[in-house]
Design a protein around this ligand. Structure first.
Ligand code: ATP
Ligand code: FE
Ligand code: MG
Length: 345
């Protein structure tokens, strides 16, 4: 079947076409440039940009795939989590298309989609795996038994998500918004051992209760203190070293706990996804630690890590393969959609 996927949770308008497990096309428009000067996403601007970008994005995706709209067998759309206004534009468009074509619509979980896309851009995913979703809004560990129907959240961040922590540290260091990619780039030039920052939830008392949880706000505060004290004593802040040590602390926690979850759950595959999984140190450390533990690591190429329509089409296609019923036409946006709700029922 031919699945049309629509993504509009935040600032990216994404449309993709997938047939079976083959990605035919994927087109993304973003309003990030308009938000960058405010140092954060402005919801009204994002919604309007989705409205303006949707039809041109759809047209390019159809053209690149070489298919007609009438050939689409099902529509999948992000139902959440995300910004209500942004989600509403995508969901309304998806329902309008599905109703006019007489095909089913699946409201799917954007965060689970970040894992699903790995099966489109590489070999098929195994039925069972551990997923690590690291993005602007999530740092979550998931036990997956069926991507479309059986996902359990093992743990997540108690405060900031990994991408959010990077963006905040970027701001602290005077880097442009969003800071994640800039901190990543500077970190590659820095000396990891120049400063030592704490690892959240590594203390003995937290090890059992928060086995699969993350905490990055203490780390962010440690970076802020380091910068203030350097400035206070008139020293130059060595941004590259700060970025390197900070990045190391975040990625050490993420990869250690992800590998631990694979061992605990007897899974031999770790799938990593979400915008933050474009991070170069995360990719390096995950590769090294998975190899040492004998695990198969699946991380999509960076362009499929950030928000896109392919992740939504991939999860929609998985729902169709698993024989799930379509979502009821009355469903709406769910800004805090739980991770164990993969498809709206
Ligand atoms: P969610 O998926 O939880 O709803 P989101 O969709 O807003 O959140 P994504 O678009 O998946 O998040 O990811 C964006 C985040 O990824 C931003 O915080 C950005 O700074 C971060 N990011 C992107 N590239 C890198 C990188 N190379 N290193 C670190 N962070 C990065
Ligand atoms: Fe995302
Ligand atoms: Mg985004």
């Amino acid at each position: 079947p031919l699945i049309l996927g629509i993504e509009s949770t935040c600032d990216e308008t994404g449309v993709a076409l997938v047939r079976g497990e083959t990605l035919l096309s994927e087109v993304t428009a973003t309003s990030m440039e308009e938000h960058a000067r405010y140092g954060g996403i402005i919801p009204e601007i994002a919604s309007r940009a989705h409205l303006e970008s949707f039809l041109p994005t759809l047209d390019s995706a159809l053209e690149q795939a070489g298919v007609n709209l009438e050939e689409v067998d099902a529509v999948a759309v992000s139902a959440g989590p995300g910004l209500v206004g942004s989600l509403t534009v995508g969901i309304s468009a998806a329902k309008a298309l599905a109703a006019s074509l007489g095909v089913p619509v699946y409201g799917v979980n954007h965060v689970v989609g970040h894992l699903a896309v790995a099966g489109l851009v590489g070999e098929s995913l195994p039925q069972r795996f551990v997923g690590l979703v690291v993005s602007g809004g999530h740092s979550s560990l998931l036990s997956v038994r069926d991507l479309a129907a059986d996902v359990e959240e093992l743990g997540g961040t108690l405060d900031d998500a990994a991408g959010e922590a990077f963006d905040k540290v970027g701001r602290l260091l005077g880097l442009p918004y969003p800071g994640g990619p800039h901190v990543d780039r500077l970190a590659r030039e820095g000396d990891v051992t120049a400063v030592r920052f704490p690892r959240g939830l590594a203390a003995a008392k937290d090890r059992q209760r928060h086995r699969y949880d993350f905490s990055f706000s203490g780390l962010k505060t440690a970076v802020a203190r380091h910068v203030e004290s350097a400035q206070g004593s008139g020293e130059e802040v060595r941004r590259a070293d700060v970025c390197a040590a900070f990045s190391e602390a975040v990625n050490d926690s993420l990869t250690a706990k992800a590998v631990q979850a694979c061992l605990d759950y007897d899974c031999d595959t770790l799938v990593v996804g979400g915008g933050f999984s474009a991070n170069s140190r995360l990719r390096q450390l995950a590769a090294r630690r998975c190899e040492a533990a004998g695990l198969d690591l699946r991380i999509p190429p960076p362009r499929y890590c950030t928000d896109n329509g392919a992740q939504i089409a991939a999860l929609g296609a998985a729902a169709v393969r698993s024989g799930l019923p379509p979502s009821p036409m009355g469903f709406g946006p769910d800004s805090s959609m739980p991770l164990d709700v993969t498809v709206v029922r």
